[in-house]
Design a binder for this molecule. Structure first.
Ligand SMILES: C[S@@+](CC[C@H](N)C(=O)[O-])C[C@H]1O[C@@H](n2cnc3c(N)ncnc32)[C@H](O)[C@@H]1O
Length: 411
C-alpha cells in the first residue's frame, strides 16, 4: 500500500518558497539579454491562448480590474496589462515580485495602474477583496499549495458577480509521466537539489530540451519546477469542475479543450451539463496521459488504424443519402455494403486493432518496463538505455501537463 506525506499549509508554503527562491519558475523572458524580442514572442503566445484557446476577446480586458494569486515574476500577467487590465499581483516570493515590478515598469502601458502585494494568498485581508474584481486569475499556483479548495474559495470570492475566474493548473492524468519521472529521480538517490539535477539530466535530458524549445527557461528552472518542487498536487478535470460548482461558478471554456468529441445533442442541449462533461473528459484525460506527438495523434486515436478508409466510407454514405428526394435511385446493396465495411473497421474494434488500443498497449508495456527497472534498482545509464528504446513514454510532449479554465460567476 502506498503512503503519502501530508503537510499543512505553512509547511508546504515554506517548502515551495525555499525551492522557488533558488529558481523562479516563471522567468519566460526577463532573464534573457534580448528580452524585448522574447517578450514579444511570449506576449503573442499568451494572446493566442486567451483569444483562440479560452475564447476571450482581448478587448474585454481593457479597463478591467484583475487580481492574480501567485503571480510569480508577472511574465504571464503582463499580457493582460498590455490589453488594458489594471492588475493586482499577489506573490509570496519577494524576489519574484521585484522582477514583476521591473517587467511591469518596462512593458505595461501605465505602471501606476498596478499594485504589487507581497503576501501568501492565504494571508490576505479577504474581506477587503471580496466581490471587488472583474477577473480573478491564478495559473500554475494551486498545485503547489496544501489546501486547494480554500485557495480556490478565496480566488472565487474576489470576483464580482458577472465576472470571470481564470484558473490554470496541471492535470492529474496528463501529468502522470512527470510523476513517473519523479519516482525514478527520487529512487535513484534524488534527496538533494544537486543529485536531482544530475539524475534528471541523466534520464530525461531530451524532455528538458523539448520544454526549452517551447519556452526558453533555463534547464535548472525547468528541473526545479518539475522535480525539485515537492508539493505538486495536480487536480483532475472533475476536481476542477467540482471546485467551480462548490463556489457557484459555471464552466465556460478551457485550453487544451476538455470537451470531448460529440458533446451536446442539440441547440438547446444544456451546455452546463457538468456530469456529461466530467465523464466525457475522462476519455480526453486518458489521451492526455500518453500524448507524445501532438494534436493529430489524439484525433487518430479515436478514428482507428483505418481512419482514411473509415472517413471515406462515411463520406460515401453521406453522399448517397444527402438531399434524398422522391424518385432518387439509390443502390441499396451498395449502401448496405458501405455500412458493412464501416462496421468492420469500427474504431470500437473487438480485435483491439484501433490506434488508441495499440497506443495504450505500448504505453502500458513501457510503463511496466520502466517500473520494473526502478524496482530492480538499475543504474541511470541502464534506465536511460531502456528509455531510449521507448516509443511513447517520456517521448515528445510526455503527456498534456497543464490546462487553463475559464468560469463565470452568475449575477
Ligand atoms: C509556477 S509559478 C507560476 C507563476 C505565474 N502565475 C505564472 O503563470 O507564470 C507559482 C508561483 O506561485 C507562488 N506561490 C505558491 N504558493 C503561494 C502562496 N501560498 N501564496 C502566494 N504565492 C504562492 C510561487 O512563489 C510561484 O511564484
Amino acid at each position: 500500500m502506498s503512503k503519502k506525506i501530508n503537510k499543512n499549509i505553512k509547511e508546504v508554503e515554506a517548502g515551495t518558497l525555499a525551492t522557488f527562491k533558488k529558481h523562479r519558475p516563471s522567468e519566460y523572458f526577463s532573464h534573457l539579454v534580448d528580452d524585448g524580442q522574447a517578450f514579444k514572442e511570449h506576449n503573442e503566445k499568451v494572446g493566442n491562448l486567451f483569444r483562440y484557446g479560452l475564447n476571450i476577446p482581448l478587448d474585454y480586458f481593457d479597463g478591467k480590474e484583475v487580481i492574480d494569486l501567485g503571480s510569480g515574476t508577472g511574465e504571464n500577467l503582463i499580457s493582460l496589462a498590455t490589453w488594458g487590465a489594471k492588475c493586482t499581483l499577489v506573490e509570496m516570493n519577494e524576489d519574484a515580485l521585484e522582477v514583476a515590478k521591473q517587467v511591469f515598469k518596462k512593458y505595461s502601458p501605465n505602471f501606476k495602474d498596478h499594485k504589487f502585494i507581497h503576501s501568501s494568498l492565504y494571508d490576505l485581508d479577504h474581506e477587503k477583496f471580496k466581490n471587488k474584481f472583474d477577473i480573478s486569475h491564478s495559473r500554475g499556483v494551486f498545485t503547489h499549495v496544501a489546501d486547494k479548495a480554500r485557495a480556490f474559495n478565496h480566488l472565487a470570492s474576489y470576483v464580482k458577480p458577472g465576472g470571470y475566474v481564470i484558473y490554470g493548473d496541471r492535470n492529474t492524468a496528463g501529468g502522470i509521466q512527470e510523476m513517473l519521472q519523479r519516482l525514478a529521480i527520487y529512487k535513484l538517490g534524488g534527496d538533494n537539489d544537486e543529485k536531482i539535477i544530475e539524475i534528471s539530466e541523466a534520464l530525461f535530458s531530451d524532455d528538458i530540451t523539448r520544454s526549452q524549445q517551447s519556452v526558453p527557461r533555463t534547464r535548472e528552472a525547468i528541473i526545479f519546477d518539475r522535480w525539485v518542487i515537492q508539493q505538486q498536487d495536480d487536480p483532475s478535470v472533475k476536481d476542477v469542475l467540482d471546485m467551480f460548482c462548490n463556489e457557484g461558478l459555471d464552466y465556460i471554456s478551457s485550453w487544451p479543450r476538455l470537451d470531448f468529441a460529440g458533446r451536446g445533442v442539440s441547440t438547446y442541449t444544456d451546455p452546463k451539463n457538468d456530469n456529461s462533461l466530467k465523464r466525457g473528459a475522462r476519455l480526453v484525460e486518458n489521451l492526455w496521459m500518453m500524448l507524445n506527438q501532438g494534436e493529430n495523434e489524439n484525433i487518430d486515436s479515436y478514428l482507428g488504424l483505418n481512419q482514411e478508409k473509415y472517413l471515406d466510407e462515411i463520406d460515401n454514405i453521406c453522399k448517397s443519402l444527402r438531399n434524398l428526394q422522391i424518385g432518387d435511385d439509390i443502390d441499396i446493396l451498395d449502401l448496405s455494403n458501405s455500412f458493412d465495411r464501416l462496421g468492420s473497421m469500427s474504431f470500437i474494434d473487438k480485435d483491439k486493432q484501433t490506434y488508441l488500443n495499440e497506443r495504450q498497449n505500448i504505453f502500458i508495456k513501457e510503463v511496466i518496463s520502466f517500473l520494473n527497472l526502478i524496482k530492480l534498482n538499475r543504474n541511470p545509464k541502464e534506465i536511460r538505455k531502456e528509455i531510449d528504446n521507448y516509443n511513447i513514454l517520456f517521448k515528445g510532449y510526455a503527456g498534456v501537463r497543464h490546462l487553463d479554465y475559464v468560469a463565470y460567476k452568475p449575477n
